[in-house]
Design a binder for this molecule. Structure first.
Ligand code: SF4
Length: 265
């Protein structure tokens, strides 16, 4: 009798604990959805570290509910990237250029890119068929190590090999979200820049935004702004135009897309 009482008492306590945990998770999920919708409408993030905690803990149910309500799920990845950009911006900007590494996805290449694949990524020949050569040249002139990456495993390998003190990554929302999480887990200040047009092949990047991030630093106690740097603005526009002028044919895009499908990212 006493044993049965003990069992039912334990069950009651466990039930109460489960209920409290369930209510807490449901409340956090609702908060996560509300914060995501706020970001969706206003691009504002309230208490970034708390929001990041909620989104990391409850990403799956939040994504699912947003999908049910017809909101694009990518918004969660975009928000997580934005939060990490805010949280790590100061440390990234205080890291000298020559201690930073940048990873550019291979999908930005021209479909007729002649660059070979090497153990350290694609070796750009700066042929002028896309803007990667110009971006790489600009970043390397500052001291960056630049890699054109065929997949996320290269990023981890190069970071372990060269030990940069800060990392800048370019890619689609899912890729950048996962990459920035990995770099953050290594304790590295990380910044992410999203592709303007993603899709694995013949993608595009807003070069002004990317160069602004590449050059970001405290200059005279001010954040670097590319609008105040006419020379870099002109360079960014020149680099951008390379993608426009060398737009590949439909056949080239299709055949490159087929080969990209064969590459495991
Ligand atoms: S500039 Fe672009 S297309 Fe030319 S080699 Fe470099 S990555 Fe390839």
């Amino acid at each position: 009798m006493e044993f049965l009482g003990l069992v039912s008492g334990t069950a009651l306590v466990l039930g109460a604990i489960l209920m409290v945990v369930g209510v807490a998770l449901a409340t956090l999920t609702v908060m996560g959805i509300a914060l995501t919708l706020l970001f969706f409408r206003t691009r504002q993030i309230i208490i970034p570290s708390v929001t990041l905690f909620i989104l990391t803990l409850l990403e799956a149910p939040i994504r699912y509910l947003l999908w049910v309500f017809g909101v694009e799920e990518d918004i969660v990845s975009r928000m997580v990237i934005e939060i990490r950009n805010i949280l790590y911006r100061d440390r990234f900007e205080r890291t000298p250029y020559d201690q930073r590494a940048m990873f550019i996805p291979q999908c930005l290449r021209s479909p007729s890119c002649p660059a070979p694949l090497t153990p350290e990524g694609i070796r750009c020949l700066n042929c002028g068929k896309c803007g990667i050569g110009g971006i790489k040249e600009e970043a390397e002139s500052l001291g960056y190590q630049v890699f054109i990456s065929p997949g996320s495993s290269l990023v981890k390998r190069m970071v372990k090999k060269y030990r940069p003190k800060a990392v800048l990554g370019v890619g689609c929302p899912m890729e950048v979200k996962e990459g920035t999480a990995k770099m953050a887990s290594y304790g590295l200040p990380v910044q992410g820049v999203l592709l303007e047009r993603d899709g694995c092949v013949d993608t595009r990047i807003e070069v002004t935004r990317l160069l602004e991030k590449v050059k970001s630093a405290y200059i005279g106690h001010k954040h670097y702004k590319i609008e105040e740097d006419q020379e870099s603005m002109a360079k960014a526009l020149r680099i951008s135009s390379l993608w426009g002028e060398n737009k590949p044919s439909h056949v080239e895009v299709l055949s490159a897309r087929k080969s990209a499908d064969r590459v495991k990212w």
